[in-house]
Each structure stands twice: as C-alpha cells, then as structure tokens.
Design a protein around this ligand. Structure first.
Ligand code: NDP
Ligand code: GDR
Length: 346
C-alpha cells in the first residue's frame, strides 16, 4: 500500500514540529511548510531529530497566497492537510490587527478554496482556539459554548473556524476544527507566558538574570502538553465524520500558580506580596524579589478564565490528556536549565 501524504502548514512552530514527528512515526510522507525569512528557523525539527528524515519535505509557502495554496495541493497530492500556520501571538494581534486578520483569518480560506478546486476529498484540519470563547459565557467551555472573542487574534480565528464549518456543510469537504486550549512544551515559543517563565527561572537559577517581569498574573488558563494535543489533531482526521472538538485538560490555574510551580521545580519557594502593579514574588529563603509586574505586558482586553471540557473528544476520538501540569512544568524547567547551561536558549 502506498504511504499516506500529509501537508503541515507551520512546521517551524511548536505544534508543526510535534505533528511532523508523529506522522513520520506513522509512516506518512510529510510536506512541512515554512516561510521565507532572512535566516532559517528549523531549531524545533532539529531538536526532534527529524529535519533530515527522508520522508519529510520542507516546502516554502505563505498562507496568504491563494495560487501557492493551489499549487501546494497539486504538487504534493496530499490527502490530509493540517493548517497550523497563523500569526498566533494574542499580544501582537492588538498591534497588528490587519496582518493577523489576513494570515490567521483569511489564510485558512486559501487552503479551503485550494482543496475545493484541486481535490475536495482532501481532509482538512483547522487549528482553532479557546481564545474564541474569550469573555466568559459558561464554564467549563465546550463545543456548544457561545463565542465572545476578546482580541483581533480571537476574532480572526473565529472567522476561520466558521469558514471551516461552512465548507464542511456547503461542499461536503471533510473539514474539522479543533478548539484547542493552551498547550505547552519545551518547544513553546519564548514569547508565550509558560516558556517565558520557565526560561527566566532557569536563567535566574544560573545567575544569568535577576528578575522575571510579567503582566496579568490573575489570568487563568487550562494548560496541557502539546505532544498529546497533536495526537488529537491526527485522530480528528481519522474519524468517520468531520466535526468540531475541544481538546483541554479540564483544570485551570492562574499565571501566578504556574510561576510558583516553575520556581518550585528549580528549588525556590516564593511568597507573593502587594497588589496589581505593585505585586512582587519574593524568595522566602533570601528575601530577594524574583518576580515583579511590568504593565507593558498588560493587554487592552484580557481573557480571564479558560477551562475546557474534552468529553466529546474522549467519547468519539478516544483522546484524553495524560501529563499533569506539574509534570509539564518540571519538564520545561529542566529543559531550559539544560539549554541555558549549554549556552543557548531558543
Ligand atoms: P507557533 O506560533 O509556534 O507556530 C505558528 C506557525 O505558523 C509558524 O511555523 C509560523 O512560521 C507559521 N506562520 C505564521 N505566519 C505564516 C504565514 N503567513 N504563512 C505560512 N506560515 C506562517 O504556534 P503553535 O505551534 O503554538 O500553534 C499552532 C496553531 O495552533 C496556530 O494556528 C495557533 O494559533 C493554534 N493554537 C495554538 C494553541 C497553543 O496553545 N499552542 C492553542 C490553540 C490554537 P514562522 O516560524 O516563520 O513564524
Ligand atoms: P494566550 O497565551 O494569550 O493564552 O494564547 P500567552 O501565554 O501569551 O498568555 C497567557 C496569559 O498569560 C498572561 N500574561 C502574559 N503573557 C505573555 N505572553 N507574556 C507575559 O509577560 C505575561 N504576563 C501575563 C496573558 O495576559 C494571558 O492572560 C495562547 C497562544 O498559543 C494562542 O495562539 C492560542 O490560541 C491560545 O494560547 C489558546
């Protein structure tokens, strides 16, 4: 039997790298797309040891280009497309709302149109997000919870989500949308809060920096392990029917809790004092301030509370998360200690 062929857009990102690793293990031929930049950015697939795998083909591609999307389908003859590419940073979306709309909102429509034109039998996965829930309407959030996005990123993703549903219903395309809650790993980008925390904790431990500066520490998130979430994406495209699924852990913690957990993993006990912009985290053993608030990291609008119910994914896909937040945090701190000790950190 010939091998299955999949396209992963955004292979240079966290999820793209883990998904490529998973599909290669499953004996797929993988076309992973990356953007042209002045310097290449393959550290994640290098860390996973898959960059030179003979079944992995790296293809230059930009999600905002319809003709490139059509050629991508024609050339690769893929039967599964995982759209992970996006301007994915919520904070930046407030400063670059138009670019975010073009990439994160319209971009997926280029892929859907290419599928419709080239081969409507291609199965499509859209990386949707818990940011679409935004302002709390009900908890825990699930597939039928009303949406109320609170950032240009969330709004763009909601448009792409509904277009995915629309192409499913209008043209019978196998288009599934995964509403994924935050998922993290040692491969997470450093601008996201968990990795920023674990990398800075490692730097403090090694005497490379003194203090961790953060924005809103009251925000609550449902954090899972990225490697398990990409397995859920794959399962969505192997299901009998296209659908929408929430992937989450059904546990929520504040950013402050994650900070405490990360410092604990490096041997510190913190005590928090003060309120709002004056809040600080103090090392109980030495009395030193290790954490402080910097208002420059506040967002114009915030998503206060995310907690997802993944029951539907468990029932239909047999998917459930396994790694606890404590294990995830420990893994990230250890990896950042190792990297910083070796003199590099991405
Ligand atoms: P990353 O930010 O790590 O990766 C995003 C990828 O998209 C990168 O490879 C990036 O390339 C690529 N990209 C950006 N713009 C374009 C473009 N115009 N054309 C082609 N590629 C582009 O995100 P994650 O891996 O964390 O997330 C994967 C997807 O899942 C994203 O769509 C994200 O919005 C969504 N998501 C993520 C969640 C999470 O917690 N991680 C939760 C829910 C949804 P480059 O390296 O060149 O910037
Ligand atoms: P999020 O992730 O916005 O949930 O989007 P991020 O890690 O950026 O923020 C989580 C929460 O932490 C608060 N916060 C800070 N955030 C950052 N980045 N830096 C800080 O210094 C800081 N201080 C406090 C934020 O305000 C927020 O409340 C992620 C992305 O991966 C999206 O692409 C994805 O769709 C969602 O998760 C689900």
């Amino acid at each position: 039997m010939s091998k299955k062929v999949a396209i992963i857009t955004g292979i240079t990102g966290q999820d793209g790298a883990y998904l490529a690793e998973l599909l290669l293990k499953k004996d797929y031929i993988v076309y992973g797309t990356y953007r042209r930049t002045s310097s290449v950015n393959f550290w994640r697939i290098e860390e996973l040891g898959i960059k030179d795998d003979s079944n992995l083909h790296l293809v230059e591609y930009d999600l905002t280009d319809l003709s490139a999307s059509i050629r991508l389908m024609q050339k690769t003859k893929a039967t599964e497309v995982y759209n992970l590419a996006a301007q994915s940073f919520v904070g930046v979306s407030f400063e670059q709302p138009v670019t975010t709309a073009e990439i994160t909102g319209i971009g997926p429509v280029n892929l859907l149109e290419a599928i419709r034109i080239v081969n409507p039998k291609i199965r499509f996965y859209q990386a949707s997000t818990s940011e679409m829930f935004g302002l709390v309407q009900a908890v825990p959030q699930k597939e039928d919870t009303p949406f109320y996005p609170r950032s240009p990123y969330g709004v763009a993703k909601l448009y792409a989500h509904w277009m995915t549903v629309n192409y499913r219903e209008s043209y019978g395309i196998f288009a599934s949308s995964g509403i994924l809650f935050n998922h993290e790993s040692p491969l997470r980008g450093q601008e996201f809060v968990t990795r920023k925390i674990t990398d800075t904790v490692a730097k403090i431990k090694l005497g490379k920096t003194d203090v961790l500066e953060l924005g809103n520490m009251d925000a609550k998130r449902d954090w899972g392990f990225a490697k398990e979430y990409v397995e859920g994406m794959w399962r969505m495209l192997q299901a009998d029917e296209p659908d929408t699924f929430v992937l989450a852990t059904n546990r929520t913690e504040t950013v402050r809790d994650f900070v405490s957990m990360a410092f604990k993993a490096a041997g510190y006990t913190l005590r928090f004092e003060g309120k709002d912009e004056q809040e600080v985290g103090i090392d109980v053993a030495t009395g030193k301030t290790l954490v402080r608030v910097n208002p420059k990291f506040f967002r114009p609008a915030e998503v206060d509370l995310l907690i997802g119910n993944p029951a539907r994914a468990k029932e239909i896909l047999g998917w459930e998360p396994k790694t606890t937040l404590e294990q995830l945090c420990q893994m990230m701190v250890e990896e950042d200690l190792r990297r910083n000790q070796q003199g590099f950190s991405f």
